[in-house]
Design a binder for this molecule. Structure first.
Ligand code: ADP
Ligand code: MG
Length: 449
């Protein structure tokens, strides 16, 4: 990529994440002057902008730059000479609808629903057939089919999409019904603040008047007894009046820790369905649908590559696709496979894939000002034993290395030594906040460099 392409790509990504006004204020008339020796030199129009970018946006800009060119580790901002610029057409202007879509602006204040999440954009495959069928069924006769409907599954598999689609569809069919979608965290904070402000009666009245109550990520109610109690009462009133309740969670009711028994048995009284991870065909179908929605298309090779590399999470699948879409809009051409791989490099490589045992040992040694050799050798000095145990601990925790393997890495020690080290540090970390922070610092060096 040329400097200009690089910077335009950065701008395109930033544009997705901040308001138009901010974008125009802080990023107008900026450009890359050079990139060398790990440093990118960005020209800015004045010192005010310089300061602002340094303090507020530097981290973000660096992250994006680094993802596009791994060599870049630092940014310098230079106040440019004021020069009369030939105004060039920007390489990319995202249309307003793109922006709205990305930023999810149009959330309805009454219902909290995002119109983007509808059934017609929800791809159905074997992994989500059942929850989808249950969801559409209740939109026919809210309150009378499955009540409550409890949907659970891992992160990024479409729970929120499905829950909101239910809400949007019911509104479409029954204009008069009062619908409220809310995350359990937001629900909790409403309970807390209405107690604080002596508004709890208003709060109750408001919720009891609802026809369809949709609560997302109910696992976050765990341990919040007061909130659970309020929810329990609201639940009962709604339930007795045949109002529809829809719930999502990351696990089935049985597995949610610290959920009061009566709430659990309420949840279990209705229909419980799970969303699992999509299979390869469905992943490909999802990609194609999303691309079509955004009016772009890619070669089959690219869909194949994405669908086979990102297996567990539809949100990540979408993120990767969006990155390719931006590239395509910028360059007015489809990326080929090699380009796609480069563009997605930092999205796809989980840290465990690039971090080697060697690197862990290196970084731990460095952190404690020791030589690698010290860690591996047989010294029993306390200042060495402990870092060695920490290195073993990280190998186990983050690389999931087996104990015999760890033993071997440390000059052929026995696996029992590795087990002992791991358990020792594990026990201490639980009690010792400082040690935990220390290890986190080390991990940061290991995984972020
Ligand atoms: P969850 O709430 O389970 O973490 P989301 O509902 O937020 O997951 O889904 C993550 C992203 O993936 C959303 O942008 C959503 O639109 C998309 N998505 C999930 N499942 C599907 C599907 N079956 N078809 C199309 N898009 C989906
Ligand atoms: Mg969700």
């Amino acid at each position: 990529m040329t400097n200009e392409e690089l910077w335009q790509t950065v701008l395109a990504q930033i544009q997705l994440n901040i308001s138009q006004a901010n974008f125009a204020t802080w990023f107008k008339n900026t450009e890359i002057l050079s990139q060398k020796e790990g440093k990118a030199d960005i020209s800015v129009p004045n010192s005010f902008v310089k300061e602002w970018l340094e303090n507020k946006y530097n981290k973000n800009i660096l992250k994006i730059l680094h993802s596009l060119n791994e060599d870049i580790k630092e940014i310098k901002y230079t106040v440019g000479k004021i020069k009369v610029k030939i105004i060039k057409k920007p390489l990319i202007t995202l249309s307003e609808t793109d922006q709205l879509e990305f930023q999810e602006f149009k959330i309805d204040k009454e219902t909290n629903l995002n119109p983007r999440y509808i059934f017609s954009s929800f791809v159905v495959g074997p992994f989500n057939e059942l929850p989808h069928a249950a969801a559409t069924a209740i939109t026919e006769k809210p309150g009378f089919v499955y009540n409550p409907l409890f949907i659970y599954g891992g992160v990024g598999l479409g729970k929120t999409h499905l829950l909101q689609a239910i809400g949007n569809e019911i509104i479409r069919k029954f204009k008069k019904k009062k619908i409220r979608y809310i995350s359990s965290e937001k629900f909790t904070s409403e309970v807390v603040s209405s107690i604080k402000n002596h508004q709890i009666d208003n709060f109750k009245t408001k919720y009891r008047a609802i026809d369809v109550l949709i609560i997302d990520d109910v696992q976050f109610l765990a341990g919040k007894e007061k909130t659970q109690e309020e929810f329990f009462h609201i639940f009962n009133v709604l339930y007795e009046n045949n109002k529809q309740i829809v719930i999502s969670s990351d696990s089935p009711p049985k597995a949610i820790q610290a959920l009061t028994e009566r709430l659990r048995s309420r949840f279990e009284g209705g229909m419980i369905v799970d969303i699992s991870a999509p299979d390869l065909e469905t992943r490909t179908a999802i990609l194609k649908t999303k691309a079509q929605e955004k009016k772009v298309s890619f070669s089959d090779e690219i869909y194949q590559y994405l669908a086979s590399t990102i297996q567990k999470n539809i949100r990540e699948l979408e993120g990767a696709l969006n990155r390719l879409i931006i590239y395509q809009k910028l360059n007015n051409q489809q990326p080929d496979l090699e380009t796609a791989k480069t563009l997605l490099k930092n999205l796809l490589s989980a840290p465990t894939k690039i971090v080697t045992p060697r690197k862990i040992i290196q970084k731990v040694a460095e952190f404690y000002d020791l030589k690698e050799k010290d860690l591996l050798d047989s010294s029993r000095k306390k200042e060495i034993v402990r870092p060695r145990q920490i290195a073993m601990f990280i190998l186990r925790e983050d690389l999931k290395s087996s104990f015999p393997f760890i033993g071997r890495k440390f000059n052929g020690r026995d696996h029992t030594t590795a087990i002992h080290s791991y358990k020792k540090i594990l026990g201490e970390v639980k009690k010792d906040k400082k040690l935990e922070e220390e290890i986190n610092l080390i991990k940061e060096r290991i995984f972020n460099s």
